[in-house]
Design a protein around this ligand. Structure first.
Ligand code: GLN
Length: 246
């Protein structure tokens, strides 16, 4: 379990996703509603990445501490606005380290990435796909976790010219083939579009005129929230959402 979300639309304060809603991400950290695959709370770190208005280079703030223990964050989040945000709270998979660099979002250039789930059989299960990576990618992993390794594989596919949809879709297909009980809910954004998958964990989407919010669990009881079926890939811009089977 982890819980994550991504938003595109008019600039909003980070706090409108993290702290203000009754079931915002900070609430989902200690009182998640949809627990699957072990874990009870998401206390092993958090991260938020956002694109400052007018910039295509995201800023990221992350920590190995529970989101509720960061006393400075509520005021910072209330004072920081963005129209493209990706945030996550972490429940470390057993055996994986609780360190700042294992907390999503992972970042490279204009990309922000999060993984909710587990690669069963890690690290052996990734040996095949990882063999295609330049050694520099392996030596510069953020952390020795399945999620950090998945991001290295995503980056490699993007560098090879795949679209974000193809990079994410092909990766989930490959890993599911190798390790079918893996859970692979992914989020990837470049600030202009979000690509998201459901493979083993919950995900919901709220589309309003001019904005889209995708989250592991609805943040509030707004009637526009819809569940995303399992094993789907969706691509969203601020004005358009397409969804298909993985
Ligand atoms: N396996 C990942 C990690 O340990 C993600 C964990 C999760 O989704 N709970 O960081």
């Amino acid at each position: 379990m982890c819980r994550h979300l991504a938003y595109l639309g008019p600039p909003v304060p980070l706090s409108s996703l993290l702290f203000d809603p009754e079931h915002g991400l900070a609430h989902q950290a200690w009182a998640p509603r949809d627990m699957r695959g072990g874990g009870t709370i998401n206390a092993d770190g958090f991260g938020v990445g956002w694109f400052p208005p007018g910039s295509d280079q995201p800023i990221r703030y992350r920590s190995a501490m529970p989101i509720w223990s960061d006393a400075a964050l509520p005021a910072l989040a209330a004072a920081t606005t963005s129209g493209a945000i990706l945030a996550a709270v972490r429940s470390a998979t057993a055996g994986m380290p609780v360190v700042e660099t294992a907390a999503a979002p992972f970042r490279h250039d204009r990309w922000l990435f999060s993984h909710n789930g587990v690669v069963r059989g890690f690290p052996g299960a990734l040996a095949g796909p990882a063999a295609a990576l330049p050694v520099e990618d392996l030596l510069t992993l953020d952390a020795p976790t399945d999620s950090a390794a998945l991001f290295a594989l995503v980056r490699h596919r993007l560098r090879a010219g795949k679209s974000a949809e193809d990079a994410i879709g092909s990766l989930v297909g490959d890993i599911s083939g190798i390790s079918p009980t893996s859970r692979l809910n992914l989020l990837l954004t470049d600030g202009e579009r979000i690509v998201a998958t459901t493979a083993g964990h919950s995900l919901s989407i709220r589309v309003l005129p001019g904005s889209v919010l995708i989250a592991s669990e609805p943040l509030d009881d707004h009637p526009a929230w819809r569940p995303v079926p399992d094993r789907h890939l969706l691509t969203a811009t601020g004005s358009d959402v397409t969804m298909g089977e993985l």
